[in-house]
Design a protein around this ligand. Structure first.
Ligand code: PMV
Length: 395
């Protein structure tokens, strides 16, 4: 049996991908830009094993066996094997043999899938990276991760990433590239506000489809994207927080405006999401400086970008206006040791920052994190599969 275990990160788009030009190849109608988050807080882990003794291909996700006959998983496996054969990795006898063996895949996230965080991006990036290591494939794998879930192609790299939509009909140039590593902007921080009451939302695949069919506004959006990608890439290169923050917020608002312009309309934002948006704008105005940016994916959770020096103050504000009723224990998760190091500057006059009543119990918890590196190969003692090729009981 040959077994490889890897980890991969979640990414948050600051210029969103919304709409496909090809549903099968997963080709986007626009390029997008993202920040890869740190794996210490949010990570998928995947073990892949091949053996001559396995009877059939099998997959276990977060402890449950799932059907492997999922079109996207099959596409990924097919594409990886095609690449492996093409690269003549098969010249090495063991690699050629491995391509015909059955495969066992076991994957889990270190964060609750139910929290509505982008888990499929990390999951598919991790699967593709693990298969790349297993079959010893060289070169870019973002085009393969894209076949699992569009946004997964950006999780193949750490730091700051652009997914170029590409021109070719076969999708071979629709790939991700790193524009800066995570070490480029050491002060940038991220707070993920996980909203309570996660209802079932329209999935991104279906949402994008209906938007493309019915929205007028989406055409306007697509036309405006190349300039935005250029400007935010410059802002990242220059660590220009103001420009980065403004484009991030405007792009999130525009994506959600296109969702509302969809017929029937799609609304991912809730009252709590909208209250977070207002709070950010009040705070920025009061500070006479753009200090915080928000962005929302296909759900109500907010992802806030800010600089390390402002984290304590923003956390005070968020806790004041969205207080946990069950006490503060575990309310703030993630890199909490860094919070101990920074000074806690309490605020006297909350009302001047935001003239609204607090909304108790509206946030489930907050994750404090930052940008981080791309997928990694882990050691065999971290394998989710035992020596027999089946999930270890703890997986
Ligand atoms: O990759 P998908 O199909 O889960 O689409 C993701 C879409 C958004 O998260 C809303 C935006 C993005 O660019 O990540």
């Amino acid at each position: 049996m040959h077994c490889v275990t890897c980890s991969a990160p979640v990414n948050i788009a600051v210029v969103k991908y919304w709409g496909k030009s090809d549903e099968t190849l997963i080709l986007p109608v626009n390029s997008s830009v993202s920040v890869t988050l740190h794996q210490d807080q949010l990570q998928a882990q995947t073990s892949v094993a091949v053996s001559n003794n396995f009877e059939k291909d099998r997959i276990w996700l977060n402890g449950q066996e799932q059907s492997i006959d999922n079109a996207r998983i099959q596409n990924v496996i097919k594409e990886i094997k095609r690449r492996a054969r093409k690269q003549k990795a098969g010249n090495r006898n063991d690699a050629a043999e491995k391509l015909n063996w059955k495969i066992h895949i076991c994957s889990k996230n270190n964060f609750p899938t139910a929290a509505g965080l982008a888990s499929s991006a990390a999951g598919y990036a991790c699967l593709v990276y693990a298969l790349k290591c297993l079959y010893q494939i060289d070169g870019d794998i973002s085009t393969i991760a894209r076949c699992g879930s569009g946004s997964a192609c950006r999780s193949v790299y750490g730091g700051f990433v652009v997914w170029d939509k590409g021109q070719r009909q076969d999708g071979t140039d629709s790939m991700a590239r790193q524009i800066q590593p995570h070490t480029h902007w050491p002060d940038l921080r991220v707070l993920i506000l996980v909203v309570n009451e996660q209802k079932k939302h329209t999935g991104s695949t279906e949402g994008m489809q209906v938007t493309m069919e019915t929205s007028e506004l989406i055409k306007e959006r697509i036309g405006s994207i190349p300039d935005k990608v250029e400007q935010i890439s410059q802002a990242i290169n220059n660590r220009d927080f103001k420009t980065f923050a403004e484009i991030t917020m405007k792009d999130s608002n525009q994506m959600h405006a296109c969702c509302l312009d969809t017929y029937p309309p799609i609304s991912y934002l809730t009252d709590v999401s909208r209250r977070i948006i207002q709070l950010v704008h009040y705070y920025n105005k009061k500070s006479q400086e753009v200090k915080v940016a928000y962005t929302f994916d296909a759900g109500p959770n907010a992802c806030l970008f800010l600089l390390k020096k402002d984290v304590q103050k923003v956390l005070h504000l968020v806790k004041h206006f969205f207080p946990p009723t069950r006490g503060e224990k575990d309310f703030i998760r993630g890199n909490t040791s860094e919070l101990m190091e920074t000074e806690s500057n309490d605020i006297e006059d909350y009302e001047s920052y935001f003239p609204c009543d607090p909304m108790a119990d509206s946030l489930r918890y907050i994750i404090y994190t930052m940008s981080g590196p791309g997928p990694q190969e882990l050691t065999s003692d971290q394998s989710l599969l035992g020596e027999d090729g089946f999930p270890r009981t703890s997986s």
